[in-house]
Design a protein around this ligand. Structure first.
Ligand code: 5RP
Length: 219
């Protein structure tokens, strides 16, 4: 089965978590795009939609959904999003699409965070995928120097500007043996807006799509 089909299956498996009256948070990326395509089929179960990016907002609006702000909805019932990497503790690396800041906000506001991935994303130790970090443009070099001291190798995602008008550093070679500790440490560097390690608030449910079907892991 190819990766697209696995992503589509993961998205379909997430629909069961959208119960009648759900205020739904929608993530960003190719896996979530399959979910967005399916949402019109469960429209009657959705009470409100909040989006993690301008890209997802546009797709939702094309399908006739009115996208509300988190300030309007308050906490959301279910947040569904993909990931670039996940481990068996349901800790994640996110931000390959550059939407990590709003994604982390929605994850924090969610009663239930359902993460949908294909089986290539499951790793023993996080960090094979370069860790995306959203930074204030004026602090990019300062943050880069601090990351070098941590033995990371930051690469500026040149030409990319986030929905919050910031830059992204993709950091290779970080040794993430303790994801919550690494998340906290990088978050404290002045100029860091958001680090793409999601460990303090991991997923609650991980749906891993493979050749043999969907494997569900819970926290
Ligand atoms: C975007 C993300 C995405 O969830 C992550 O990049 C996974 O994307 P895809 O579903 O395309 O593999 O964090 O910022």
């Amino acid at each position: 089965m190819d990766a697209s089909q696995k992503k589509r299956n993961a998205a379909e498996a997430a629909l069961q978590f959208i119960e009648p009256g759900t205020v739904l948070g929608v993530g960003t990326g190719s896996t979530v795009n399959f979910l967005i395509d399916m949402l019109p089929d469960v429209r009657d179960r959705i009470d409100g939609v909040v989006s993690s990016s301008n890209a997802s907002t546009a797709l939702l609006q094309e399908r006739g959904f009115e996208v509300r702000t988190l300030n309007e909805t308050g906490d959301i019932d279910v947040y569904i999003d993909g990931a670039d990497e996940c481990n068996k503790h349901l800790q994640l690396i996110k931000g390959g699409g550059g939407a990590l800041t709003r994604e982390k906000v929605l994850a924090a506001a969610a009663r239930r965070f359902v993460c949908i991935v294909d089986d290539s994303k499951l790793v023993g130790m996080l960090g094979r995928f370069p860790v995306p970090i959203e930074v204030l443009p004026m602090a990019q070099e300062l943050v880069s120097r601090q990351l070098l001291k941590m033995r990371g190798h930051p690469i500026w995602r040149e030409g990319f500007v986030t929905d919050n008008s910031n830059h992204i550093l993709d950091v290779e070679d970080l040794q993430i043996s303790n994801p919550p500790e690494m998340e906290a440490r990088i978050s404290q560097i002045p100029g860091v807006v958001t680090v793409g390690i999601f460990a303090a608030r991991p997923a609650d449910i991980l749906l891993i799509s493979g050749d043999g079907g969907i494997r569900e892991m819970r926290a």
